[in-house]
Ligand binder design. Structure first.
Ligand SMILES: Nc1nc2c(ncn2[C@@H]2O[C@H](COP(=O)(O)OP(=O)(O)OP(=O)(O)O)[C@@H](O)[C@H]2O)c(=O)[nH]1
Ligand SMILES: [Mg+2]
Length: 219
């Protein structure tokens, strides 16, 4: 029994404004090659973005599982696609979530760029039931040819893309909104959906993100 607060309002154990964590999350596999990819389910979500853009942090915050995906350590070291099976809401159909390796090795060894490309193309061009690809970028950065190239690639494949501007807590909410408005106009091809400001630290943008995933048909 929840103890009523003085005044008769029952205590609510969940944070008032944040939706609960995903119902079920299961790590499936770290795949270094296409033959290790898991069998597709009905729907799939990809998370893309350069190294250090906040992919793992977003995943942990979105799913409400601290420490599910490793964050921060040795940026750029992840060379595999990490697959998770997710049931977001009780009773919803499961979907697959793919955390892709970071890119942005323009100054790095050619073999690494080639490795990233090969694995990413096996994945994106493998006919998987991708409902949405989230393209993460630090809200403080302007889009680079990496982001523009990836958006073009996704568009050519008919995969809906959504830019998520991460680390929004680095600005106040007002300046973050202004930054977002500016960002919108900086892509070579304007994305259909306006970019979303997100913070893994404060949870800003999590509700909109969840709404967007539901609209895209993930659950
Ligand atoms: N302030 C702040 N820091 C963040 C946020 N999201 C991520 N970071 C930090 O940014 C760094 C990189 O975050 P990760 O989530 O590991 O980034 P990633 O894209 O998974 O990096 P790779 O796996 O190396 O490609 C870490 O030090 C995080 O703590 C955020 O919303 N706010
Ligand atoms: Mg990561």
């Amino acid at each position: 029994m929840t103890k009523p607060r003085p005044g008769g309002v029952p205590a609510n154990p969940a944070p008032a404004r944040e939706r609960p964590p995903a119902q079920e999350v299961e790590f499936l596999v770290s795949a270094a090659a296409g033959r290790q990819f898991p069998e597709p389910l009905g729907a799939e979500l990809a998370i893309l973005g350069r190294s250090n853009s906040g992919k793992s942090s977003l995943l942990n915050r979105l799913l409400g599982r601290r420490g599910l995906a490793r964050t921060g350590a040795a940026p750029g070291r992840t060379r595999q696609i990490n697959f998770f099976r997710v049931v977001f809401r009780p009773g919803a159909a499961p979907f697959l979530l793919a955390d892709l390796p970071g890119y942005g090795f323009a100054a790095g060894p050619k073999a690494e760029v080639a490795g990233w490309r090969a694995l990413t193309s096996d994945y994106l061009e493998g006919g998987r039931p991708l409902k949405l690809a989230l393209l993460l970028m630090d809200i403080r950065r302007d889009p680079s040819p990496d982001e523009d190239g990836l958006l073009d690639w996704l568009a050519a494949l008919g995969i809906p893309a959504w830019v998520v501007a991460t680390k929004a807590d680095k600005f106040g909410r007002g300046p973050a909104a202004a930054r977002l408005a500016r960002l919108k106009g900086l892509f070579r091809t304007a994305p259909v959906r306006p970019p979303l400001a997100f913070s893994a630290l404060t949870g800003q943008g999590r509700e909109e993100l969840i709404n967007g995933l539901a609209e895209a048909g993930l659950f």
